[in-house]
Design a protein around this ligand. Sequence first.
Ligand SMILES: O=C(O)[C@H]1O[C@H](OP(=O)(O)OP(=O)(O)OC[C@H]2O[C@@H](n3ccc(=O)[nH]c3=O)[C@H](O)[C@@H]2O)[C@H](O)[C@@H](O)[C@H]1O
Length: 441
Amino acid sequence: MAPSETDNFPSTPGKVKMDRSNYFGRVASRWHATASARLLSGSAILLALTLFVLFRISSYTVAGRYMTGANSVPIAFKPDHVWETRVRQSCLPKKDEGLIVLVTGAAGFVGTHVSLALKKRGDGVLGIDNFNSYYEVSLKRARQALLEKQEIFIIEGDINNKELLKTLFDLIQFTHLMHLAAQAGVRYAMQNPGSYVHSNIAGLITLLEVCKDANPQPAIVWASSSSVYGLNSKVPFSENDRTDQPASLYAATKKAGEEIAHTYNHIYGLSITGLRFFTVYGPWGRPDMAYFSFTRDILKGKPITIYQGSNKQDLARDFTYIDDVVKGCVSSLDTAGMSTGSGGKKKGPAPLRIFNLGNTSPVTVPNLVSILEKHLKVKAKKNVIKMPRNGDVPFTHANVSLAHDQLGYNPTTNLEIGLKRFVKWYLSYHGLERPVKSRRL
Ligand SMILES: O=C(O)[C@H]1O[C@H](OP(=O)(O)OP(=O)(O)OC[C@H]2O[C@@H](n3ccc(=O)[nH]c3=O)[C@H](O)[C@@H]2O)[C@H](O)[C@@H](O)[C@H]1O
């Protein structure tokens, strides 16, 4: 029977339905055409099978030794002598009473800076990072090289790998966990929601499970986010303001993390401090953030998109410089107080804290762009559009009195100075002495 007209329409856009009878006829006639063709097809199948087996073996070996990617299932982990020695050396404090800190997300922006600061003052530091490809892996590798120069070892592994974490905690008595590994980015949550659940919820729980079983338990400091304030309109944001109206899945996972922290503190006596970071920026920063991607595009002469709120209001952020945030992190570790449990059992109440780490002076996005234009000596091509419904909030503004009182936190870097340092780093990292292809201001 002749095929009807509709049979030849694509079933899915881009996929064309095959005329099966003709297809098999064509394949059959080709198959019987010559003996050499048969031989060739046989070899191709054999080659494909060999390659498949080799690929399976090699991916098992690599993943088995070093771990798996962000969304894969962790598999067996076998440490060797060299690996153990590197772990022990990295964890060795260089001063009496030095902390021994496991830093998750150590190849990330904040993780790199915190690891360096701790090592510099003589603490033992071990990093763990899964080197996922959310943004340029080359930047994470460059940060890793920076840490290696200071004898900080980063284990390539995922925080969902419980076996790997248990191996580490059996090997080393960590006094503290600085948990900075996360799926960051507010808007990306609409594209890849699963990665937020994987890292910010499942990964956090895996870590807490291992910490509560450790003996002694470490004290934990971890990165929450200013985004938990969501649609809260009371300014400046204080720690006891509403955080039950998240505007993005990213914010919702960070808020969930705060509740999960409460549970583990309550049941197991883990000392836990959550830090609400306010749009942290600076050298070695994250390419997905506005100040970084704007710099890249302005230098390339590409237009940048600036979002505007309702009634054409400019969006504003309490941009916070990395050095100030690092001081807040280190001070949080120093003041964390002990976990009280052992063997999975709580022995008494332990600290449970939340702090804002912001700058206390919001700056609008157009102002951020003006400062960048000045430092880059290039005029930006601006495309101003209404803020899409993408999880963004109109503004953030931190009240940091609590962190000031309890951590001695005192941010001192304004956006003008912080961006100047960032631009200097950006140009030298990319080997650009001064902007090229630019329209001078
Ligand atoms: O404090 C946090 O907890 C979060 O801070 C950061 O989120 P945000 O404050 O959203 O920073 P960022 O993306 O740099 O956008 C800055 C501004 O530029 C605007 N923006 C952005 C992109 C663009 O193309 N145009 C634009 O106008 C945009 O609308 C916004 O007004 C971290 O990424 C996040 O991981 C989390 O840590």
